[in-house]
Design a protein around this ligand. Structure first.
Ligand code: ACO
Length: 384
C-alpha cells in the first residue's frame, strides 16, 4: 500500500497548478490580461466606481442601488470608531516599528475588544468584516501620527474611506483630486483571486478560527517583498538608482547577477497586468501634477529595458511597479505603501473568508516526505 492517496498528482511547488477554492469575486485571465470583479472590467470600475461600491459588489455579487449603497456606506462609517482601549494599544507600539508589523499587531488586538470575535455566525462575520474594513484606515493613519508624536485624529463620518484616511494621516481636509486618486488605488487593489495573502486568510478561516485571525494572517503574508511588499521595494530601488541615466547600468547589472527587479513578473499574468496598465497612465499624470516627473521617467526607462530583455519571457510590470510612483506622488511615505495595499485588500480577504465559510472544508494539503525510513533510534550517549 502506498503512503499517499492515488488521487494525489505529485508535488506542485508554489501551488501553481492547484485550484484550491471557488470564488465569484474576481476573474483573472493571465494570458489575455483580463481582470474583472463580478464580471465587470477593472478599468471601468477604476474610472466610474468607488471603493465602497466595489466592496459592496464583491461581497454581494451585484452593484448596489443608491439606497443600498447609502446604507452600506453608513454601516461602514458607523463602525469606524475604534474601541477606546485601542488608542492605548497604539501608544504602546514602539515608534520605530515597521507600519506593517504594527498593523498586524493592531488588527490582532482589535479582536480583544470585540465581544463577537468568537461568534462564527454569518451575520456576525459580516458585521466583523465591516468593522475591520472601517477600522484598518484609522489604525494605519493613527499609528503614523503616534510615531510622529502627533495628536490622534478620529475618522470623519462625512467623508469617503479614502477622504477620511487622508484627513487622519495629514490632519488636513482632503482635496477632491487627492481623495479620488487614493480611492482609485483602493479599487485597483481590492481583490485578486487566490493570491498568497488571500490564500493565507482562507487557510486560517478554514479551521473555523475567526475573522480577526484570518486577516492578521493575511497581513503577515502580504508584507513579504515577493507579494505586497514589492511596492516599497520598487520605491527603494528608484531611490537607489537616483537618476534616469543610471537606470541602464543598474538594471543590466541586476539581470546579469540574476537578481529580480521588483515590480516585475507575476505568477498568473504572462502579458501586462491590467492594473499596471491603468496605474501607468494614472501615475504619469499624477507625477506631472505633483512635480515627480523624474520618478516616472526612471520607471519608464526601467520598463523599456525590461520589456526588451525579458518581455518575451512574460515578465512585465505588475500592480506594484507603478503603484510606487503613484503613492509617492500622493505624498505617502515609503513604509506606508504596503499598509495602503492592506487597507484595500482587507475587503478581498474578508470576502473570500465569507465565501470559504459558506462551503467550508479545512485546507490541508500534503507534502512529499523526502527523509529516511525505519531509521534506528540511537541512545544519546552513542551519538557522535
Ligand atoms: N525580475 C527578473 N527576473 C524575474 C522576475 C523579475 N521581477 N520575476 C521572475 N523572473 C524570472 C525568474 O528569475 C525565473 O527565471 P529562471 O526560470 O531563469 O530561473 C523566472 O522568471 C520565473 O520566476 P519565478 O520566481 O519562478 O516565478 P513565480 O511565478 O514563482 O514568481 C513573482 C512570481 C514572485 C511575482 C516573481 O515574478 C517575482 O519575484 N517578482 C518580483 C517581486 C514582485 O514584484 N512581487 C509582486 C508580485 S504582484 C503581488 O503580489 C501583488
Amino acid at each position: 500500500m502506498t503512503a499517499v492517496s492515488t488521487k494525489v498528482q505529485g508535488v506542485d511547488k508554489g501551488l501553481e497548478h492547484t485550484i484550491a477554492s471557488e470564488s465569484e469575486m474576481s476573474f483573472i485571465d493571465g494570458a489575455k490580461g483580463i481582470l474583472e470583479y463580478v464580471g465587470i472590467p477593472i478599468g471601468d470600475l477604476a474610472q466610474y466606481s468607488s471603493y465602497e461600491e466595489v466592496v459592496y459588489l464583491l461581497w454581494n455579487k451585484k452593484l448596489p442601488t443608491s439606497t443600498e449603497l447609502d446604507s452600506f456606506v453608513k454601516e461602514i462609517r458607523d463602525a469606524s470608531e475604534l474601541p477606546e482601549p485601542m488608542w492605548d494599544v497604539i501608544k504602546q507600539i514602539p515608534i520605530e516599528a515597521a507600519p506593517m508589523a504594527a498593523l498586524r499587531t493592531m488588527v490582532s488586538s482589535l479582536s480583544l475588544y470585540d465581544e463577537e470575535s468568537e461568534d462564527d455566525s454569518v451575520e456576525s462575520n459580516h458585521r466583523k468584516s465591516i468593522r475591520i474594513l472601517a477600522r484598518v484606515p484609522v489604525l494605519i493613519a493613527n499609528f503614523d501620527r503616534h510615531r510622529k508624536h502627533r495628536e490622534f485624529i478620529r475618522p470623519d463620518k462625512h467623508l469617503s474611506m479614502a477622504g477620511s484616511f487622508i484627513k487622519m494621516l495629514t490632519g488636513k481636509e482632503p482635496t477632491e483630486s487627492m481623495a479620488k486618486a487614493l480611492d482609485t488605488c483602493l479599487v485597483l487593489h481590492v481583490d485578486h483571486g487566490l493570491n498568497a495573502s488571500t490564500f493565507a486568510a482562507i487557510v486560517t478561516i478554514s479551521t473555523l478560527s475567526d475573522m480577526y485571525s484570518a486577516v492578521t494572517t493575511a497581513i503577515g503574508t502580504l508584507k513579504g517583498p515577493l507579494h505586497g511588499g514589492a511596492n516599497e521595494a520598487v520605491m527603494r530601488m528608484l531611490q537607489e538608482i537616483g537618476e534616469v541615466d543610471q537606470v541602464q547600468s543598474f538594471i543590466e547589472g541586476k539581470l546579469e547577477r540574476k537578481e529580480k527587479i521588483m515590480g516585475f513578473g507575476h505568477r498568473v499574468y504572462k502579458v501586462w497586468d491590467p492594473r499596471a496598465i491603468y496605474l501607468r497612465g494614472f501615475s504619469e499624470q499624477l507625477a506631472a501634477d505633483t512635480g515627480n516627473q523624474k520618478l516616472f521617467a526612471m520607471s519608464d526607462a526601467i520598463e523599456k529595458i525590461m520589456e526588451q530583455r525579458v518581455g518575451d519571457r512574460g515578465i512585465h510590470p505588475n500592480v506594484d511597479f507603478y503603484s510606487a510612483t503613484t503613492y509617492r506622488s500622493l505624498g505617502l511615505e515609503i513604509d506606508l505603501f504596503t499598509p495602503m495595499f492592506a487597507m484595500s485588500r482587507v475587503a478581498g480577504w474578508a470576502g473570500h473568508c465569507m465565501e470559504q465559510l459558506s462551503d467550508n472544508r479545512i485546507m490541508r494539503p500534503r507534502c512529499a516526505y523526502t527523509g529516511p525510513h525505519e531509521a534506528p533510534y540511537t541512545p544519546i550517549e552513542n551519538r557522535g
